[in-house]
Design a protein around this ligand. Structure first.
Ligand code: SAM
Length: 282
């Protein structure tokens, strides 16, 4: 018998997904986890009643939150991922052969074990890559104590629910900035602005006080309901956001990466914001 699983995230709305087969339904030390198979989306990961990723559309989110800052930077060697337990961001980031080390800090070892067991099509062999430096820790505490520096920091967080709340705090962003190399770039998962405006406004208010350039860019991830998702963008490199498509294309081709969503032209246009989002963050 199939079961319907509800995403509970936005006031007055419920997103129901049919679970043809439930693969895992329990709690880790930090959050409630359900992994199941859906006829349209493939395997789906839900944490604390919120959709995190699906086999069918993960490429949009993971490509856009990794390749945009890495190719805009142009010379990234050290990358930090905060969160990202499903391994999709790690897998995408490691596609850049010039990156020497990817440090991934997730609070929940249980999610990583589940990803290796049930979400191999997403994480592939990223956790076994010799360039992967996996740290099980609270990302907030990690950046507060970290004396290393990163060219790109990717915050692949849950929504601000449960252990993810602190990943949206001003202190966390301030410490991320301290952990960037000069001209380094910080990008963040910032939800769907149509339904989660406060999240984006708060992040960009903090970014404006920390960075010479603070903005966001967009991509539509089908399983995140409510329109395009916003990714926060903070850097002191005023030129990075406007890197010309021809330069991005040269870097993309040199990296030899195959993508299903990202193209240098999509990258450049993702920073063009519809009026309601531009107004929201002005
Ligand atoms: N793509 C997803 C989305 O848009 O919601 C996020 C995916 S990933 C599964 C989110 C990860 O953030 C989880 O593995 C969770 O354990 C991790 N996480 C939550 N709070 C954290 C914290 N304070 N420090 C480090 N990792 C955290």
């Amino acid at each position: 018998m199939t079961r319907w699983i509800e995403e509970v995230l936005h006031p007055g709305l419920r997103f129901k997904l049919e679970a043809e087969k439930v693969l895992y339904d329990s709690r880790t030390a930090h959050q409630r986890v359900v992994v199941f198979e859906n006829v349209t989306l493939g395997r789906v990961l839900i944490l604390d009643d919120i959709v995190q990723t699906t086999e069918r559309d993960e490429f949009v989110y993971h490509e856009m939150l990794s390749h945009v800052p890495i190719l805009a930077h142009g010379a990234a060697r050290e990358v930090l991922i905060v969160g990202g337990g499903d391994g999709g961001m790690l897998e995408e980031t490691l596609k850049h052969g010039a990156i020497e080390r990817v440090t991934m800090v997730d609070i929940d070892a249980g999610i990583i074990e589940l990803a290796k067991t049930y979400l191999r099509s997403i994480c592939k062999d990223a956790f076994e890559d010799p360039r992967t430096d996996l740290v099980i820790a609270d990302g907030v505490a990690f950046v507060a104590r970290c004396d290393r520096r990163f060219d790109v920091i990717i915050v692949d967080s849950t929504d601000p629910v449960g252990p993810g709340v602190a990943l949206f705090s001003d202190d966390f962003y301030r410490n991320c900035r301290r952990c960037l190399t000069p001209g380094g770039i910080l990008v963040t998962q910032n939800g769907v602005p149509f339904l989660q405006a406060t999240e984006l406004v708060n992040t960009l208010t903090a970014f404006r006080s920390l960075f010479a350039d603070a903005s966001c860019y967009l991509a539509t991830v089908p399983a995140y309901v409510g329109g395009p998702m916003a990714f926060g963008w903070g850097t002191d490199d005023l030129k990075a956001r406007a890197t010309p498509p021809a330069v991005l294309r040269a870097r993309f081709e040199k990296a030899g990466i195959e993508t299903d969503y990202y193209t240098p032209e999509v990258h450049a246009s993702a920073f063009t914001l519809p009026a309601y989002i531009a107004r929201m963050i002005s």
